[in-house]
Design a protein around this ligand. Structure first.
Ligand SMILES: [Zn+2]
Length: 191
């Protein structure tokens, strides 16, 4: 037997007693925090200085809002381009290009409070015909070997059309809107 082989009878093990967390007879594991999380539905907000309790989330509404404001203030900012879609994190509202004029009439404080982010466009994905047929293709065979030329041509035409399609949805990016150009027409308030 070589040096790195260990016989069952010589296994390097020892018996120890361990403490674990239970709810009645239900074993909850060795971690107290995990056991408390499983068996409770109200817990303290994760921000140490905060005395609020939360039920669904890690942070209470006020702390969540503070974190969102801080993230917005620290975010990279850029100007809005004509085809951009803008998302207000505060109101959960998307602004489409034709609605940009609604924003330019607001003052800086109001605009900042909306926490405006530039959106990323999402384009329709192309069809991978081999992937589409994966459950029915014989092993080691490919769609272009078993489908008619007509089918393959139509797939190629569909993919070409999908590539040219306009975005089908938008998701907020981490880049916020540079508000300065939106405020050029700002109406000075009476003071
Ligand atoms: Zn809190």
């Amino acid at each position: 037997m070589s040096n790195n082989q260990i016989h069952y009878n010589d296994a390097p093990i020892e018996q120890r007693e361990v403490k674990a967390w239970f709810h009645g007879e239900r074993f909850l594991g060795f971690d107290e925090h995990g056991a408390r999380m499983i068996t409770s539905n109200i817990r303290p907000c994760k921000i140490d200085e905060c005395s609020n309790d939360v039920s669904d989330w890690i942070y209470c509404d006020q702390c969540e809002e503070q974190k969102a404001i801080q993230k917005y203030l620290n975010a990279e900012k850029r100007d809005v381009y004509p085809n951009d879609v803008i998302y207000s994190e505060k109101t959960d509202h998307f602004f489409y290009p034709e609605q940009f004029s609604e924003l330019t009439s607001e003052n800086r404080e109001t605009l900042e409070s909306l926490r405006l982010y530039i959106c990323k466009p999402c384009f329709p994905g192309e069809i991978d015909i081999d992937e589409h047929l994966t459950d029915v293709l014989a092993e080691d065979s490919y769609a272009d070997e078993v489908l008619s030329n007509e089918c393959m041509d139509l797939v190629e035409k569909l993919n070409a059309a999908l590539r040219k399609n306009k975005p089908i949805s938008y998701f907020p990016s981490n880049i916020a809107v540079n508000l300065d150009p939106l405020l050029i027409g700002e109406i000075p308030c009476d003071k």
